[in-house]
Design a protein around this ligand. Structure first.
Ligand SMILES: *Cc1c(COP(=O)(O)O)cnc(C)c1O
Length: 379
């Protein structure tokens, strides 16, 4: 028997598939989609999500590290798996064994992989990463030519893609910068004239790029957060204006239930440090969820949860395994009732963007957090 917690994360694979299809409609059938399923599919489950996307027509997947790609192949996933962080000299064997496509940016790695591929009598496709202003991974534009000519010279290795990444495609104040970076990347691609010569796939757009910059779609787009139902800049209104065909639904929900209800007089301190003191005769519900479940201590006296289809505020500090909420205004609540921490209940809805606001973070982090700390159920 699998352990069962009071708390569970629900993953709506139908919503995931609908998001994938909506993205495909937005970019058009001629543009490929690399479904980014790195980091356990942003907390939604690597294998389950990749398989659901495959069933919806996805054939290219992006993971961060080689082991994630190996896990997908061991689970039987077909299609192309691009390893966004590339590998090291210890991963040549797995890259070849599991037919992974590493992103490359380092001469020694490229040379070593070529040797190993020749030794195993095979050929490995790689995507060259170019840094056009992200200030992260990739070779600089002036180094591209030498890397490409090396890749063309070396046996056992072939250039099947060129990619870059936007640092600020979600920021309205940086439109000019993003356009310059796109122009620089397009230049790199055309100057080398590699596209016609060898069917090299050029890609740069993350979710923000694909929504805000239709000119950045190129041969392939790489959505992550939008697959999971969120807009990168937390502003669906703006996204809807630039990509009217795009309709996203949140894929993750996080639920617990009421463990105890207590009736307290005015003047009672709640939880460690008594940072909350009842001001009236109160009903307080104890929830069996806390920072050990990813419901972070910063949510103390800030967050709200849904019970009986309405909002109830968190009162006092969030503990390791317990959180108290004020249900004085919700007289119908009973022990055992479902509590929604993330998601919809009745007409109310708490989004990862709202929780991110309480945490001074972003939806991406909220999803990774809840998903990685809790039992997941696929619905
Ligand atoms: C994570 C990642 C993405 C996806 O970004 P989103 O903002 O989640 O759409 C795309 N490309 C690369 C290289 C990434 O690391």
């Amino acid at each position: 028997m699998k352990p069962r917690s009071f708390n569970r994360v629900e993953i709506d694979t139908g919503a995931l598939q609908a998001n994938f299809q909506s993205i495909q409609q937005t970019v058009g059938q001629q543009v490929r989609i690399m479904a980014v399923v790195k980091s356990d599919a942003y907390g939604h489950g690597l294998v389950e999500c990749a398989q659901a996307i495959y069933r919806a027509g996805g054939r290219t997947f992006g993971v961060a590290e080689v082991w994630e790609g190996a896990a997908l192949r061991r689970a039987g996933l077909q299609g192309e798996i691009v390893v966004l962080l590339g590998g090291d000299s210890e991963s040549y064997g797995e890259i070849i064994k599991y037919s992974l496509t590493p992103v490359v940016f380092d001469i020694d790695f490229i040379t070593g992989l070529s040797h190993e591929a020749v030794r195993k009598n095979t050929e490995v496709g790689v995507h060259l990463k170019v840094d056009v202003g992200m200030g992260r991974l990739g070779v600089l534009p002036h180094q591209v030519e030498s890397h490409v000519s090396l890749l063309k010279r070396l046996p056992g290795i072939s250039l099947s893609g060129v990619l870059s990444h936007f640092p600020a495609a979600d920021e309205t104040g940086a439109v000019g910068t993003t356009q310059e970076q796109l122009a620089l990347f397009r230049n790199v691609v055309t100057q080398l004239n590699i596209k016609e010569a060898e069917a090299v796939v050029a890609h740069i757009a993350n979710s923000a790029g694909l929504i805000n910059f239709p000119g950045s779609h190129l041969d392939m787009v790489r959505p992550g957060i939008s697959l999971y139902g969120y807009y990168p800049d937390a502003s669906p209104a703006r996204a809807q204006a630039s990509a009217p065909a795009l309709h996203l639904q949140p894929v993750m929900g996080f639920k617990t239930r009421v463990l105890q209800i207590k009736e307290l007089d005015a003047g009672c301190g709640i939880s460690y440090g008594h940072t909350f003191v009842t001001r009236r005769k109160s009903r307080i519900a104890v929830l069996p969820v806390g920072y050990a479940d990813g419901y972070l201590r910063k949510l103390s006296n800030r967050a709200e949860v849904l019970i009986d289809g309405r909002r109830a505020p968190v009162c006092g500090r969030v503990c390791m395994n317990a959180t108290m909420v004020d249900i004085t205004d919700l007289p119908r609540v009973l022990v055992g009732d479902e509590v929604v921490l993330l998601g919809r209940q009745g007409d109310e809805n708490i989004t990862a963007d709202e929780i991110a606001g309480w945490l001074e973070s972003i939806s991406y982090e909220v999803l990774c957090l809840f998903g990685s700390f809790n039992e997941r159920v696929y619905v």
